[in-house]
Ligand binder design. Structure first.
Ligand SMILES: Cc1cc2nc3c(=O)[nH]c(=O)nc-3n(C[C@H](O)[C@H](O)[C@H](O)COP(=O)(O)OP(=O)(O)OC[C@H]3O[C@@H](n4cnc5c(N)ncnc54)[C@H](O)[C@@H]3O)c2cc1C
Length: 489
């Protein structure tokens, strides 16, 4: 193939596809609209404070090791990953808290405070979910199958039943834990996949499992160090990353792709184009076509606060999740409005890594889930929502004894779903992409190969396997394998 493969967007999915394709011998040109690559995993630097914009938790580190290994490199020569213990601490309003430790005995003792016999239940949960986890990763998560039959064909029937597709995540967790608080904490990851634990399939118990069993990791220097390491490796092997290069259109001729047009008018010919831009945005803005609405139920939006704080807290943890008293009500309200008992996540990376803040100061990242732009409606007052969210978060922190006063916040950036859409082309301001409900996973999710245009592919959170840094990194490998098989096969 003489023409290079063109990738639109330097999110981690686009970068992963670029490395895998280059490692297979293809020429790759990657066009990114922003000054910095990384997509949602970006960086804001102000007055000595350094903020990761989106992802703050890294799990499944082997997925990133495999990305470097595919290009013949050892990730650990590019990046230092540190385990975090405790990984996450959950807080309830009455003062109760749950710290998830990577050490089994410590974790079991912690769970035992919530439920008698939790040690044995945890052992059973980990053993059974581990089996499911390995099975899913080996056969289903990384499958490029186009139909349900093709997807599940390799699965022995017993395994399929054990996947828990037929029950909700909450009901799956209830098979092991009676305590509503344990289930609320372990099920809270559902929000990032666009549902509630009462709606998402039980299969996703692999999320809390992954975190409990394999732990959470932090790259020295912040999450953006991972992006920098990946970009460095990509460029070393010959991927050309063109930053500040917005793409205006994907050119098609009949049923074939034949290139892209940049915003400055240049046309780049290509017979293979991979879009790392959300699929609906690709259709609307780059192909000038409507997309099938029915398929696009999106995960919620987020209001994110980036705070540079004077002083240091010795009691705050790196990852904290503040849960509502009645999770069902909060998940329901989140469909349309700011929940009145606001759940939120706070990360204070300066606790583990002083390099991200000036001496004697701290950084905090607060993520408040909110409805998508269309769900909130045009009358929704986002400025008011920001004020309300800031007030509620500070009040709740004070309630738990972590008092940050507005005057301690010396630097503040705030992004609403409007900014998330503007910066990265996120459809409807949704933070995590299309939902992962039963009707939108595997072959029912948008396929990486376009059905209409030959040579057009997708990579990243909109397509398979789904959202999250490890998943979009796998998506890059999957699309590269598919292209190599089509071109060379
Ligand atoms: C607030 C937040 C917190 C998160 N927390 C975590 C977490 O803790 N752990 C985790 O694993 N995941 C987390 N995620 C999810 C994770 O960030 C995403 O799933 C992942 O980064 C998406 O990567 P992607 O490859 O789909 O591309 P994206 O990151 O969406 O990147 C797409 C790229 O395309 C570019 N682009 C768009 N339009 C054009 C155009 N016309 N021309 C050129 N370029 C264009 C964009 O600028 C962007 O760089 C979080 C996400 C958010 C928003």
């Amino acid at each position: 193939m003489s023409k290079p493969i063109v990738i639109i967007g330097a999110g981690l999915g686009g970068l992963s596809a670029a490395i895998h394709l280059r490692a297979k011998g293809f020429k790759v040109e990657l066009y990114e609209q922003n000054p910095l690559p990384g997509g949602r995993a970006n960086r804001i630097s102000t007055d000595g404070f350094s903020f990761d914009t989106g992802p703050s938790l890294i799990n499944y580190p082997w997925v990133f090791e495999e990305l470097f290994a595919a290009s013949g490199a050892d990730m650990h020569r590019y990046l230092t990953l540190k385990p975090l213990d405790p990984s996450v601490v959950f807080f309830w309003r009455d003062g109760d808290r749950l710290a998830l430790s990577a050490d089994f005995q410590t974790l079991a003792a912690e769970l035992e405070r919530f439920e008698d016999g939790a040690h044995a239940k945890l052992t059973l949960f980990l053993a059974e979910t581990q089996r499911r986890f390995h099975y899913l990763f080996r056969h289903l998560v990384t499958s490029n199958a186009r139909t349900i039959l093709e997807w599940i064909a390799p699965a022995p029937k017993g395994e399929l039943v054990r996947l828990g597709l037929h029950r909700s995540l909450d009901r799956e967790l209830a098979r092991y834990f009676r305590s509503e608080r344990l289930r609320a904490a372990l099920g809270s990851y559902a929000m990032y996949l666009g549902g509630s634990p009462y709606e998402l399939p039980g299969t996703f118990s692999i999320l809390p499992f992954g975190e409990l069993y394999y732990g959470l990791w932090y790259p020295e220097g912040g999450i953006y160090s991972l992006v920098e390491a990946v970009c460095r490796r990509a460029e070393e092997i010959g991927v050309r990353i063109h930053s500040n290069c917005p793409v205006r259109a994907i050119w098609v001729d009949g049923s074939c792709v034949n290139g892209i047009e940049l915003a400055d008018g240049r046309v780049i010919e290509a017979s293979i184009v991979i879009s790392n831009v959300d699929v609906p945005t690709t259709h609307e803005l780059l192909l000038g076509q409507s997309y099938p609405q029915r398929r696009w139920r999106m995960t919620p939006g987020v209001i994110t606060f980036y705070w540079g704080i004077r002083g240091q807290s010795s009691t705050m943890h790196h990852h904290c999740i503040f849960l509502p008293d009645v999770p069902r009500r909060a998940y329901r309200q989140l469909q349309r409005q700011l929940p009145d008992d606001l759940p939120f996540y706070l990360s204070m990376p300066s606790r583990s890594d002083p390099s991200v803040a000036p001496p004697g100061s701290s950084t905090a990242f607060v993520l408040v889930p909110v409805p998508t732009l269309s769900a909130a409606g045009t009358a929704f007052d986002w400025e008011k929502a920001v004020e309300q969210a800031r007030f509620e978060v500070l009040r709740r922190l004070e309630h738990h004894g972590f008092s940050i006063t507005p005057s301690d916040i010396v630097v503040e950036h705030v992004w609403t779903p409007h900014q998330w859409r503007k910066h990265f082309g996120l459809h409807d301001g949704s933070a995590f992409g299309a939902v992962h409900t039963l009707t939108n996973i595997g072959p029912l999710r948008w396929h990486p190969r376009d059905r209409k245009y030959q040579g057009l592919y997708y990579v990243g959170a909109s397509t398979t396997p789904g959202t999250g840094l490890p998943m979009v990194t796998l998506s890059g490998k999957m699309v590269a394998d598919m292209i190599a098989a089509n071109v060379c096969g």
